[in-house]
Structure formats: structure tokens, C-alpha cells
Ligand binder design. Structure first.
Ligand code: FAD
Length: 331
């Protein structure tokens, strides 16, 4: 049977479609239009599925909704069952997920189950006009190069980096059909149980959502210096990030780490203060639209990545920078 259509795995937070799902709906619609095929969504969960399904139905052609208690909390075993069932009965050409905790975990396993492959952490997707293959672009070598992948097996599965694609207004179809899936999950197949959820207390803007990030590196020298970065971030209505050594030294929380083994961010402005700009760090921030670097070493790699740079001791540069920002913002 020929594989057709673009399918999105939705993520639901507090009963609403998560921002990454709205991003995927935009890119999914574009791909579906390019192919002249349908856009559909899978929503799995317990209780909160209905409301989200109705919203998704307004902007897609079909919504596959699986609503059952074993899907209340995300578990790889349960979600992969649902995804496999829907894909085996509907034969989508493309399956898109966010490059989130869920997508990173689920995509490879789903690909194995369906006898296909997955390309993770994509920042651009296109359709090859010649053969309708999905072209998936992702950063490689710590963000120093971009590679374009495709695959000949179906469905073509891709996870998409959060905020890598401009949020597009999704046209209303007003005709999306909601198809309820009887998930019939075998409890014995679900080997993990969520015992407790600990909500991370984020103060202010979340790193992943921030339009402006002020990041400190090892050269900040200690927790005191980070207080100054916080002041600047607050002024800019942004948030503070850190390189790995700053986290490993216990100057700031581990959850603030940006990079290969930390968070991947794509802000409009990324102010890197006393950060050398190693490939492992840049892997987390190469998607920033503008990088401003402050570093005392003119040879620091961060200057090859930055749009604007100041060579100097951050302790001397930052007060003047902050004063200028205040002036420009009329504060
Ligand atoms: C598998 C693996 C995964 C990793 N994952 C990550 C990751 O996710 N994120 C990450 O950040 N790192 C990661 N690392 C570590 C990475 O290799 C680097 O060690 C780290 O990024 C360096 O952080 P830094 O730039 O803060 O420190 P450094 O490289 O030590 O740079 C400090 C910079 O501060 C400047 N400086 C010092 N004093 C001042 C001053 N007074 N004023 C101005 N500038 C000053 C120096 O010139 C220097 O450029 C990983 C490493 C490995 C092996």
C-alpha cells in the first residue's frame, strides 16, 4: 500500500496543544500542501485528549485520538503501541515529532517497530520535487555543518528542534475528522510506571522559550558574577543560561546548562559572556539568530560565531553595556 500524508505526534500540556505541536502543525501543513496530501495528528493521553483533539481538528484533516488511563503519563511502551497501531492502519508517508524529551525517546523505537529510520533534531524540512522524498536538514559536528538526510523506507520519521521553524499561522480547515482509537493496551507490555512527578521550578522565562538569553561561562568565576548576568537578563526580559563548567562547579543549577548535553535554545539574541565557544557549547545555541560575545581572549572561538563581539574583561564591559541597554530602553 502506498504511504501518503503527513502525520504529527501531538504533545499536550495542561489540556492544550504544546507550542512545539503548533510549530509542527505549521510545517506539517506546508509539507502536506507541497505533496497534495492530508495532514493528520495523533493525540494520546487520558482525559485531556478531547479538548486538544477539537482544536487540532480545526486545522488538520484527521485527528487520531487515543484516550485511556494507561496513556495518562508518557511512557515509551504505551505510546509506541499507539503510534505503531495508527501507522500500520493509515500508512503515513511522514511522521513528525518535536525534538523534546518525548520525541527523542519515542522516534528511534517507533522507527525500529515500523521497520524504518528516524532523523532526529532537524531544523529544516523540504520535499524533493523529483521523487517526493522528505529532505531533513540537521546540524552535525556540533553545529559546524549542516547535513541533509533522506530515507527510502516509510514512514519517514523526523524529530524537529524546538523553535527552529518560524511559527506559521495555521489555516483553519474546520473539517478535521476526529477518529477515536481503541488503544487496547496490554498492561503487561507497559513495564515502566511513573511513581512521582517533580515539577522543576523555573523562575521567570523558560530557557527554551526565551527570546533573549544571557549566558555565563567559566570566566565568570563564581556564583556572584551570575547575579550580574541575572540583572542584565531581567533588564532585557530574558533569562540566564550557563556553560557546562559553570554548572559543574555548582555556581548555577544544572538545568541552566546549554549545549550538547544541556538544553538546545534558539533565541533571537544570545549574549555569551566569558564563554569560549567550544563545539559542545555551540551545539546548544548555534540556532540563535544573533550572538553577542564578550571575552577577554580575541582568539576565542565564540568570536567566529558571533555577530557582535567585545574583547575585554566582562567585569569592565558589562556595566557600560547594561547602561547603554538602559538608555536605549528608556529605563
Ligand atoms: C561529551 C561532552 C559534552 C559536553 N557538553 C557540554 C555542554 O552541553 N555545554 C557546554 O557548555 N559544555 C559542554 N562540554 C564541555 C566543553 O567541552 C567545554 O569544556 C565547555 O563548553 C567550556 O566552557 P566555557 O566556555 O565556559 O569555559 P572555557 O572554555 O574555559 O572558556 C572560558 C572563557 O572565558 C574567558 N574569560 C575568562 N575570564 C574572563 C574575563 N574576566 N572576561 C572575559 N572573558 C573571560 C576565557 O578567555 C575563555 O574564552 C562537553 C564536553 C564533552 C566532552
Amino acid at each position: 500500500m502506498e504511504n501518503k500524508g503527513v502525520m504529527i505526534l501531538a504533545e499536550v500540556t495542561d489540556g492544550k496543544l504544546a507550542p512545539i505541536t503548533r510549530e509542527l502543525l505549521g510545517v506539517g501543513r506546508k509539507l502536506a500542501n507541497d505533496l497534495g496530501e492530508e495532514l493528520s495528528v495523533i493525540i494520546a493521553g487520558s482525559g485531556a485528549v478531547n479538548t486538544a483533539a477539537k482544536v487540532a481538528a480545526g486545522v488538520t484533516d484527521k485527528v487520531y485520538a487515543a484516550d485511556t488511563p494507561p496513556l495518562k503519563d508518557y511512557s515509551n511502551e504505551a505510546y509506541v503501541e499507539v503510534l505503531e497501531k495508527v501507522c500500520k492502519s493509515t500508512h503515513p508517508r511522514i511522521v513528525l515529532m518535536g525534538h523534546t524529551t518525548i520525541g527523542r525517546d519515542l522516534a528511534p523505537r517507533a522507527a525500529f517497530r515500523l521497520g524504518t529510520a528516524a532523523v532526529t533534531d532537524c531544523i529544516a524540512l523540504d520535499i524533493d520535487d523529483m521523487n517526493k522524498q522528505l529532505l531533513m536538514t540537521k546540524p552535525v559536528y556540533g553545529g559546524n555543518a549542516l547535513a541533509i538526510f533522506t530515507m527510502e523506507t516509510f514512514p519517514q520519521i523526523a524529530t524537529i528542534r524546538v523553535k527552529s521553524m518560524t511559527m506559521q499561522a495555521v489555516e483553519s480547515t474546520g473539517k478535521g475528522e476526529i477518529i477515536n482509537i481503541a488503544a487496547e493496551l496490554d498492561p503487561a507490555a507497559i513495564k515502566t510506571t511513573v511513581l512521582k512527578k517533580v515539577v522543576m521550578e523555573d523562575e521567570g522565562v523558560k530557557l527554551e522559550d526565551a527570546a533573549i538569553i544571557v549566558t555565563g561561562g567559566r570566566g565568570i568565576g563564581g556564583p556572584e558574577g551570575f547575579k550580574q548576568l541575572e540583572e542584565l537578563a531581567k533588564l532585557l526580559n530574558g533569562t540566564v543560561g550557563a556553560s557546562r563548567p559553570a554548572c559543574d562547579n555548582g555556581w548555577v543549577k544544572d538545568t541552566m546548562q546549554i549545549g550538547l548535553t544541556g538544553k538546545i535554545v534558539s533565541p533571537d539574541v544570545y549574549v555569551a559572556v566569558a564563554v569560549s565557544g567550544t563545539t559542545q557549547h555551540m551545539a546548544g545555541c548555534s540556532g540563535a539568530r544573533n550572538i553577542i560575545a564578550i571575552n577577554k581572549d580575541p582568539e576565542a572561538n565564540i568570536f567566529t560565531e558571533a555577530r557582535f563581539g567585545v574583547v575585554g574583561d566582562w567585569k569592565k564591559v558589562l556595566p557600560g553595556f547594561e547602561a547603554e541597554v538602559k538608555k536605549l530602553m528608556g529605563k
